[in-house]
Design a protein around this ligand. Structure first.
Ligand SMILES: [Zn+2]
Length: 135
């Protein structure tokens, strides 16, 4: 489950930063490598900070494992990947550089989707092929 950052509630408690660690199942269609799927839910570790203007900075990492058939030799393959998460949420509409939020609550879904998409490789390699490519 992707938690929601209750900005209004947290700010009222003067709790302006915190950490979140959770797992979530990525939406279908995120992954377009043939014969490949997420081996398990994606795990996320995030730090957030609520700034004076009520914008919220979120940063951290997502980690996930893909399993399927090696894109080179079609043997079974499993590889882990991680990617950076960074986003700024502003009240109201985002402007392309920032994400928007409404009703005093930040929904992290879009940010996490972007982070996972960015971290997904163009193909999956088994251990042997990955080694050969490194030579
Ligand atoms: Zn291979």
């Amino acid at each position: 489950m992707i938690p929601v950052i209750q900005v209004r509630t947290l700010a009222a408690k003067k709790s302006y930063e915190g950490r979140l660690a959770f797992c979530f199942v990525p939406e279908d269609g995120l992954l377009d490598i043939p014969y490949t799927e997420f081996a398990a839910p994606v795990s996320a570790e995030l730090h957030y900070a609520i700034l004076e203007d009520n914008s919220v900075e979120v940063e951290g990492t997502v980690t996930f494992t893909l399993k399927g058939l090696c894109s080179r030799c079609l043997e079974e393959a499993e590889q882990s990947f991680s990617g950076d998460v960074f986003g700024v949420f502003v009240e109201g509409e985002g402007d392309g550089e920032t994400y928007g939020y409404r009703n005093g609550a930040v929904d992290l879904t879009e940010l996490l989707k972007d982070a996972v998409l960015f971290a997904i490789p163009s193909r999956l390699l088994c251990g042997r092929c990955a080694e050969e490519e490194d030579l």
